[in-house]
Design a protein. Sequence first.
Length: 988
Amino acid sequence: MSKSMHWKATLLKTTLALSLAFPLQSFFMDGGQQAFAEGPNDPAPFINAKVVNENAGKKILFDNTHGQTAGAADWVIDGGFSDFGNALADNGYYVKELRKSSPITLEDLQGYDVFVIGEANVPYKQTEQAAMKQYVQNGGSIFFIADHYNADRNKNRWDGSEVMNGYRRGAWDDPAKGMSTEERNSAAMQGVASSDWLNENFGVRFRYNALGDIITDKVVAPDQALGITKGVSTVAMHAGSTIEIIDPTRAKGIVYLPQTKEAWPNAVDQGVYAGGGIAEGPYVAISKSGLGKAAFIGDSSPVEDATPKYLREENGQRKTTYDGFKEQNDGTLLVNIINWLSKKESYTKLSDVSGLQLDQPTPLLPFEAPEASTEPQKEPWAAPDAGYKWWDPSTFKPGSYGGATAAPTAAYSLVHQAQLPNAQQFQIRVVADNLPAYGTVSGFSAGIYLTGGTQVAQIQNADGTWPTAYGYSSAFSMTADGLGHAYKDLTVRIKPDTTGAASLRLRQNGNNLKTESVTLANVPAEPLPEDKPPLPDQISIADARSKADNTLVTVEGIVTTEPGAFGGQAFYLQDGTAGIYVFQSQSGFHQGDKVKVTASLTHYNSELELASPVAIAKTGTAELPEVKAASSVNENNQGQLIELSNVTIHNVVAATPAGSFEFDATSGSTTNHVRVDGRTGLTLDKFPYQEGQVVTVRGVAAIFKDNYQLKPRGLSDFTAVDSSAPVTTAALSGTPNSNGWYREDVTVTLSATDTGTGVASTLYNTNGGEWTGYTAPVTVSSEGDSHLQYYSVDNAGNKEEVQSLLIRLDKTAPAVRLTQSGQSVHSITYDEAFTFELAATDGLSGIASQKLLLDGKEIASGQSLQAKQVGLGSHTVQYRVEDAAGNTAEQSFSFEITFSTSFSAVQALIDQLDKNGQFKNNGEANSLRAKLSNAEKQLEKGHKDQAIKHLNDLQDTVEKDAAKGKMTASAHEQLAQHLAYLLQNISR
């Protein structure tokens, strides 16, 4: 379809060059006559077959009785369907337009092999439906060209697909639901009734879906498509619908869409009903009914071309159509469809075709039942312009099909040098003004003749050749710009040696328009001056924004968005005062170009824009305008680059076209809506920011359906706001013990990270000292508790909360002092009592444990000990003291327990042995005591020798008695040792 209403297609500056077999109705006549647009009572255009082949004699009829030129549609063979019409003529068909103001009858259709309905916008009456049904039953074929739901070009609430289906969505009980009394009573609505007509007669319906821009290669193989898809690999859709296969015995899909979620951005419901694919229903289908056939396509885009003939009936503005017939294999498919439709075949159902695989019925949604359907939103999609009545052609604007309002009288002039050269080629310019804006006028010719009528000029043909005789030129056409201005430069050569007075005449269709007297002479050719149609003076964009719609203005500014970022070749333009959207189709402009444009102001989906430029040109390059800080998108910054700072991302949702997405940008109590178009190159799957993240976002302030929105130009328009402080971590060279103490110097390495602007600096101090910039690892060597504090700052000034480390260092072992009975460790005698005292201190981590061992067995500090219990001989006392840091102090000491030098010690030993039962009887002990006493008495008397003698006798007695078993071996050993020690000391 032409998406100027909803989907803005690329405008190609292509003028209509259609060879018609009759003179076109002119937009003007000479002599001040008023000019009228063509209408249903004017002769219908036709195109004769251009070749003779197997299609000789076959005729194709295009309907133009049901609003086929409403809105942006221009579905006529000498307008937006001219490529299609000429392609059929090139394939041997005779092609004609059906134009009339009364209902279609069977007689209108008889004699034609195929009837093409291009997106009808006015419902067919029951009598017309009956005529078409009978036409097909008799062997005729119909090609139904529909479009997406809610296209509604003339704003009468009926879409082309609904017209073809036979009922309005949500208006099954009343086809005129929501219409005014005047609409309801209009001739267009008389005889219209709801029915499931398309399904009842062909086994299909057009769905209500609305899919977006899709290139599909899901083409059914030719052997399963009755040959129709031969040479077809891909087909384009630009906002269209699909088809329900309800009766597979009669109908079959031949082109499907891929799996897709690509909905038309303005879809009133989900747009895509089943995720594309087979379940979405075919995009192109065929049907067999009686002796005739039918074909169906869900979009007019593949059929149209970029040469609309008429202006919009609603407002007189230029139409924009898309060169779709040449896209992909669209043209091949369409001609193949007509070839199949025009072929007479007697089978009545597709199920009669041997080897043809039938489809499965398309799964439908509950609301697709005709009686259960509802309108998703109020219709029509927009209010008609003031004074426009879709049912009353008298309200149509000049230049539109059927418009009855008189257009201004055309004015003509001829531009040439003062004398015309007779020996050189030269140029003459034909200029026309007051033509219908953007209209194309044909049938012009020009010539130069002498008095008496002798022709003396040859005018070069469009293909560069020259005529063989002197006379009027071949017919040419002129296409007006938005101001109704057009011109044509003609290259001329004069018959040699012709001089003097002559007449230059401009004609149209043989009628004289203008004649001028000229002089022929042997003079050099002069170039023609530049054609400069009158344009309004340049004003600021701010001034332009204050003008009313349909005002032609000239502005100059800098292109701030890359053309195509929001579709087509359109862009935003900004000067020092304001900005505006420029909807245009010329390629070659880029961001940063300085562009001067003359165009009309209009609103589209609430946004003010310049549309269909009369003149547009690059005038230089410049730096992009400064992006202005703003707190909100509003009327005052529309079309301008603005920046929303420190906003939080919320409610991210996918949007159309594919990859696009939208979200709310919130700052405090203010919320702005942001729309990112996937055509900018930034898609949702590549968007690096998350819900809740704070960003600064730039873009163009815009509006869509009364909702302000910001439109970023790509990822570079987003900057993460660094509101998070750095994070610093400390790595220590060792590991503290379980008590939290280190025993060696500790090296602290600080590392800071920042997810935003990066770390600017890290600072630290020890024990509350001055803050120092961290440049290298810090070594803690002082014993005791060291408090290390640190933090980092990022380049955005975010400061981290101060962190602290407690490093407890104790490198010194405990101080220990061991004493024996208050003195240093020393040897003692057998009969002594003694103690060991262990005193340990640690001024840092503190004493954790201490042990005191005597001959390997733990004893308590200060414990009372008896030498005789410890035993004679060498002994070892040692300690091991450990502090809380794990430092240890340990040391061993040796000492002796020796015998006593006194008689009392030996006496005590005998008493102890006797007590312990070490003697055989008490008599033995008493005998030993007596002998010992005798020796002691002798010593006391000073008789040392006698004392020694008595001790020796005692030793002998001990030995003999031991041998006789009068004492134990232990008693023997102890007595022998003590007596020997006593003798040794006495003998000294």
